[in-house]
Design a binder for this molecule. Structure first.
Ligand code: ZN
Length: 168
């Protein structure tokens, strides 16, 4: 049984984190933010034209920052990143870094991080974008935990079907 309030899918391999599909119970505000992020991800040049993501941090009903993955390095990425993809700035880390530009670390506690990825349906249909899996990598997950973020919402390969991770 999932330890989160949704009581859905279980990922027992991660002890402090529960993860499940959340579409039915998802807040309208989160859904709206995901739609905004989808548009931003489409416009984002991304990395190697394959990774086009946008992320947002929301705290106390307020959007506090937006982050895009980019083909550049960042000190915060270097601190938390563990794999070779961490050479590039991930959208999640970008959102955290952008929030820290104007807020204290304390202001990130209890916030929600939303992440959306888009990918090409086919190489022929260059304008045709479909949803892609935006589950945070291990490095981003450790940043999320370390900044006290309480919830993560991310897109999946299924259209308009998002997943939530509740950190307990
Ligand atoms: Zn990452």
């Amino acid at each position: 049984m999932c330890s989160c309030r949704h009581g859905d899918s279980v990922f027992p391999d991660v002890r402090t984190v529960s993860e499940c599909y959340a579409l039915k119970l998802m807040k309208k505000r989160d859904l709206r933010t995901m739609k905004l992020l989808r548009r931003l991800a489409i416009d984002n040049e991304g990395v190697r034209k394959r990774f086009k993501l946008a992320a947002a941090l929301v705290n106390k009903k307020t959007l506090i920052s937006i982050g895009l993955n980019e083909m550049r390095t960042h000190p915060l990425q270097g601190k938390f990143g563990k794999n070779e993809e961490s050479l590039f700035l991930h959208a999640e880390i970008a959102a955290i870094a952008n929030a820290l530009n104007h807020l204290d670390k304390e202001a990130l506690k209890g916030s929600t991080l939303l992440i959306h990825r888009v990918k090409r349906k086919s190489s022929l249909n260059r304008r045709d974008w479909i949803d892609g899996l935006a589950k945070p990598c291990e490095g981003c997950m450790s940043a999320i935990v370390s900044f006290g973020i309480k919830k993560v919402v991310y897109s999946t390969d299924e259209p308009d079907k998002y997943k939530e991770i509740i950190l307990v």
